[in-house]
Design a protein around this ligand. Structure first.
Ligand code: SDX
Length: 431
């Protein structure tokens, strides 16, 4: 933790208080309110945490006004174009880009942990065939606490490292098997001679009846999608992982909690909801109808894939994703994809509408991702599992950082209580 750089003065109920202010290496200063309740007897109030820093971190920085995203200081544009997902995993986990030897060792460790405990196959069979793959992932990852009990002691640095590698390595297998289970096809085992993205594609799309050659265009696009979703500061699911971990719960249970939170349509579930919305819109002539619905205060409908708590400019990931959508569809020979055409028209219409301009609502990471994933052959139900797979390294990196933080303590927010004060119990005969 750094030293205070200034103080903030607060006057409450006629008393004045001085609160330490810390300055970051980038972003807004923070006012330390940890002693506010004990000294002034008041809480701060911030539902949705719009103005609250929950921790300090050195992993990811977002400048919402500039539309900038850095992982350990490297821009997402550089990482998406010059790096690859496992190298980004190393960067997020250990803080620096790896040397060739470090990268080879890391990739070997991940590659050699991609198989699941064979008994987990029976765990999958307990689900209904129509179970959403996110329901399966939440359950299976939570169950890893039972299958990999030798890496659940969070106070043992070696077990923390083993759990981290196991989660990153096994998530593609877990997600692919959730997909295979939902379409009634046999599970495909990972192969050690394939890279991370190619392995995932093969486990999803190969069948025992014939050979499967991974299309290099698809594996490059898949790897870039993994990179674009890897980490994103203290978003809802990462905060869920941090809060769950603060009680000392094991890493598998905490990541399962993160997966459950990500599933919501306001968060990682937006990629599925966005493609379903684009299909409902259908043709560009229906765009004004949906823009009007999104602007109508009495209509709960929101433009999925639009808006962001932090970005008040373009989400840099959406910009890369949009370029990738053009490239992938072109390389796949998907001529004039109507959904992509509608998405581009919708983006243009929304960005030229004062409502979206005034509220600074821009396309986010979920706006174009579904178009690429569908062109690659995934059903919409697999979009959020792919987001969860990608974000596992971010959750794990933030978890490791929190566990190692000497300030780490159980998270326990307070409230503004507006309920009944003490009152006498009345017997049912008198009610
Ligand atoms: C992700 O936090 C992260 O970093 C998340 C994420 C990550 O990588 O982890 O980036 C991934 O979750 C991206 C967001 C995916 N969600 C969606 O695309 C769903 C649609 N978007 C919205 O639901 C919304 O924009 C949120 C949830 C993303 C952000 O909501 P906020 O910050 O709480 O903003 P808000 O709801 O207070 O909205 C501010 C105003 C409101 O109008 P007023 O009440 O001020 O009049 O903007 C309006 C909202 O009604 N608004 C929208 C809108 N998003 C906000 N109106 C129409 N369509 C939208 N999409």
């Amino acid at each position: 933790m750094t030293e205070p750089t200034s103080t903030a003065k607060l006057s409450v109920h006629g008393n004045d208080y001085e609160l330490p202010v810390y300055s970051p290496t980038a972003g807004p200063d923070v006012i330390d309110i940890r002693k506010l309740y004990s000294s002034a007897g008041v809480f701060t109030y911030d539902p949705g945490f719009t103005s609250t820093a929950s921790c300090d971190s050195t992993i990811t920085y977002i400048d919402g006004n500039k539309g900038e995203l850095l992982h350990r200081g490297y821009t997402i544009d550089d990482l998406a174009s010059k790096s690859h997902y496992l190298e980004v995993c190393y960067l997020l986990l250990y803080g620096e880009l790896p040397s060739p030897t470090q990268l080879e060792d890391f990739e070997n460790r991940v590659t050699n942990h991609t198989m699941l405990h064979e008994q987990m196959v029976y765990f999958y069979r307990g689900f209904r065939r129509d179970a959403h793959p996110m329901a399966i992932m939440t359950g299976v990852v939570g169950a890893m606490s039972a299958f990999y009990h030798d890496s659940t002691d969070i106070n043992d640095p070696w077990q923390r490292e083993v759990a981290s590698i196991r989660l990153i390595a096994k998530m593609p297998t877990i997600a692919a098997w959730a997909y295979k289970f939902s379409i009634g096809q046999p599970f495909v085992y990972p192969r050690n001679d394939l890279d991370y993205a190619s392995n995932f594609l093969r486990m999803c799309f190969a069948v025992p009846a014939e050979d499967y050659e991974v299309n290099p265009i698809l594996s490059r696009a898949m790897d870039r999608i993994f990179t674009l979703h890897a980490d994103h500061e203290q978003n809802a699911s990462t905060s869920t992982v941090r809060l769950a971990s603060s009680s000392g719960a094991n890493p598998f249970a905490c990541i399962a909690a993160g997966i459950a939170c990500l599933w919501g349509p306001a968060h990682g579930g937006a990629n599925q909801a966005c493609l379903e919305m684009l299909k409902e819109i259908g043709t560009p002539d229906r765009i004004p109808e949906f823009i009007a619905k999104a602007k109508d205060k009495n209509d709960p409908f929101r433009l999925m894939g639009f808006g962001h708590r932090v970005y008040k400019n373009f989400d840099p990931r959406a910009t890369v994703m949009k370029q990738s959508a053009d490239e992938v569809l072109d390389l796949l020979g998907v001529e004039n994809n109507p959904i992509l055409a509608t998405a581009k028209e919708l983006e243009k219409a929304a960005l030229s509408d004062p409502y979206f301009a005034e509220k600074k609502l821009f396309p986010n990471v979920d706006f174009y991702s579904g178009i690429i994933l569908e062109a690659m052959g995934f059903p919409t139900s697999m979009f959020t599992p792919i987001f969860a797979l990608s974000r596992t390294v971010g959750w794990i990196s933030q978890w490791k950082e929190m566990i190692a933080d000497p300030q780490n303590k159980i998270g326990r927010p307070r409230q503004l209580y507006l309920g009944e004060t003490t009152r006498a119990y009345t017997d049912i005969e008198t009610r």
